[in-house]
Design a protein around this ligand. Structure first.
Ligand SMILES: [Zn+2]
Length: 158
């Protein structure tokens, strides 16, 4: 385990990650089985831990009209907005694999998802932790602000 700063930790191995977070990662990886990714063959799964302990999964959904698809993270977050609107999101685990593979591959959340995560964090007024693989290491950030500094947000519209 390497503490990079107050908001970020990296783990050399998934086995070094706390058990409850490994469980969340496993749920995210299970979600890759529901991914619809016939164009990229890049199957992404996200698992969200809610305040009441519920785990909500999402997977990427592609479309022949490419921009019509949506990332795993946003599929899961928007589902929470609709069906668990009284709950706060505590943690998000993100995983990915290639089609027909069972190996984890790095998947850092895209800019659009970081934007949605940030707004959720601001809305619920409680930090969201994100766990994902980056450059071979597992990384945990303790706030979305770490993923999206100098952000455009609701304050920008005032
Ligand atoms: Zn995304």
């Amino acid at each position: 385990m390497i503490i990079l700063n107050n908001n970020k930790i990296t783990y050399n191995s998934i086995n070094d990650i706390p058990d409850d977070e490994q469980e969340l990662i496993k749920n995210a990886f299970m979600a890759t089985n529901n991914s619809y990714a016939p164009y990229s063959n890049f199957h992404v799964g996200a698992a969200l831990l809610l305040g009441n302990g519920t785990i909500i999964k999402g997977s990427n959904q592609e479309n022949a009209a490419y921009p019509s698809g949506l990332c795993a993270e946003r599929v899961a977050i928007f589902h929470v907005m609709n069906s668990y609107s009284d709950q706060k999101i505590k943690k998000i685990a993100i995983t990915a694999r290639k089609k027909d593979s069972t190996d984890y591959i790095p998947a850092s959340p895209c800019g659009g998802c970081r934007q949605v995560m940030l707004e959720q964090e601001q809305k619920q007024q409680e930090k969201i932790e994100v766990i994902f693989q980056s450059n071979g290491n597992w990384m945990k950030v303790f706030t979305i602000m770490e993923l999206l500094p100098f952000s455009f947000d609701k304050n920008s519209l005032k």
